[in-house]
Design a protein around this ligand. Structure first.
Ligand code: CA
Length: 451
């Protein structure tokens, strides 16, 4: 465990302990006898922790990966929002990589691991089914989406001028010809198999007519090793998230072929998910966490606060990078390189609370369905993900949008609650449509697939 930075904000223990005490005092005042002063019989102004909403426990250990996806958890901690809702003992634990996060949630905080935190999709579903945990089923609940976008596909500078942009159909022969011309296949990396960054680059390759399983080598490689490979000519492409895209271009290692925002505007990205046993035992604490995350997400999406988001997240306790590296993505500014126009659009970068398509924070069941359908497309977990009934069963077991709704209602955010658990039909850059009500039609419409 020594490789994890454990951060406990003890200063909030004192503050929130004090507000809890005040809440108890106010509650006591309501039933005061008539002899009390007029002021005392006035109904107290409701605080963030209403009477009866005190969390069952103020402590939880949440894992995070130091990329922009984790910002809402970090801001909720640093701006005292967890504490405001009574969660005075939240510990954020930096995870070395996604495999560590998976292993740590399997053992839980009681065993020295974590209770939940930040996840790529569909990790919570796969862990729940024991699919990526050696058969050990650890039921988890998806509670909120942490962010949208903020990811992209970077290409080694050696391939400049070859037509590697959003649509790579004109570069398909160049990529497929690698074996004949270079003596090895075109090599691409992501950070963990069968989750978001694997899906984004697979979708992009396949839309350009390149089969990611046969025409190229696609592997899980640690980011630092990938970037080194892009420098020395042994790695060609990297499906990655902010702040890596900015660093790769700024350091002249390569260019951006495309942003995930271009592949699927306002696509689902990473999620808050927690072990089901923890949530079932602590429903009020779960909603307190959600209210804090929601408030953090709203705060982050205010452009006036982004400079402070950069300052906090880049700090030594969290991402430990120069703040200048985080500023451009948080302003929606992306230098693409290789002759492509730069982005200067706040809505092209990571968003946390709302986007032009609706709620970012609300965990749409239709997006879980896409991640599991895309898993079927590529033949991932084909012994377990056998049909759409299984997909639906898993989505219904793991996605707890009902808890998000309850928390949003308690927080007075009823206007921000989506009317439907589906965001409706999704359209990708190549014209392909995903209708969550008919995922089979989506699979049929795809040319390159394993089913
Ligand atoms: Ca990501």
């Amino acid at each position: 465990m020594s490789d994890f930075a454990h951060i406990t904000r003890r200063k909030f223990l004192a503050t929130a302990g004090a507000s809890a005490a005040v809440a108890v005092l106010l509650k006591g005042c309501v039933g005061n006898p008539p002899s009390a002063t007029p002021e005392a019989t006035t109904a107290p102004v409701p605080g963030p922790v209403a009477a009866g909403d005190t969390p069952e426990t103020p402590t939880i250990k949440l894992g995070y990966i130091p990329i922009v996806e984790s910002a809402a958890m970090i801001i909720a901690q640093e701006k005292g929002l967890f504490a405001k809702y009574g969660m005075t003992g939240v510990e954020l634990s930096k995870q070395a990589n996604w495999a560590s996060a998976r292993d740590n949630v399997t053992i839980g905080s009681g065993g020295g691991g974590i209770d939940g935190g930040q996840w790529q999709m569909p990790m919570p579903h796969l862990i729940s089914e024991g699919i990526i945990t050696n058969g050990q089923k650890v039921p988890m609940y998806v509670l909120a989406q942490l962010n949208t976008q903020g990811n992209g596909i970077a290409i080694s500078g050696l391939h400049a001028g070859k037509g590697l942009g959003k649509d790579i159909s004109s570069a398909a022969d160049y990529i497929k010809g690698f074996q004949a011309n270079q003596g090895r296949k075109f090599k691409a990396a992501h950070t963990f198999p069968n989750v978001n960054q694997d899906f984004w680059i697979r979708y992009w390759f396949a839309a350009g007519g390149i089969d990611p399983d046969t025409d190229i080598d696609l592997l899980a490689v640690p980011p630092a090793e990938t970037v080194q490979g892009m420098r020395n000519g042994t790695m060609d492409a990297f499906s990655t998230g902010d702040p890596w895209p900015y660093r790769i271009v700024a350091d002249n290692i390569g260019f951006m072929a495309t942003l995930t925002h271009e592949i699927w505007p306002f696509h689902p990205e990473e999620y808050l998910a927690i072990r089901a046993d923890w949530v079932d035992a602590n429903p009020k604490a779960t909603k307190a966490l959600l209210k804090a995350i929601m408030e953090a997400q709203q705060w982050i999406d205010n452009p006036a606060n982004r400079a402070e988001v950069v300052k906090i997240c880049s700090g030594r306790n969290y991402f430990n990078i120069a703040p200048e590296i985080l500023t451009p993505p948080y302003e929606g500014k992306y230098t693409m390189g290789d002759g492509k126009a730069a982005f200067d659009d706040f809505n092209a970068g990571p968003l946390y609370w709302k986007d032009p398509k609706g709620s970012v924070s609300y965990p749409y069941k239709s997006h879980d369905t896409w991640f599991l359908t895309e898993s079927m497309r590529w033949g991932f977990h084909k012994d377990q993900l056998t049909d759409f009934d299984t997909v639906q069963r898993l989505v219904d077991a793991v996605n707890r949008e009902d808890l998000w709704r309850e928390a949003a209602t308690e927080a007075g955010l009823t206007a921000d609650i989506p009317a439907n658990t589906s965001r409706g039909i999704e359209t990708f850059f190549d014209g392909i449509k995903f209708d969550p009500a008919n995922p089979e039609a989506y699979l049929k419409s795809l040319t390159i697939k394993r089913v």
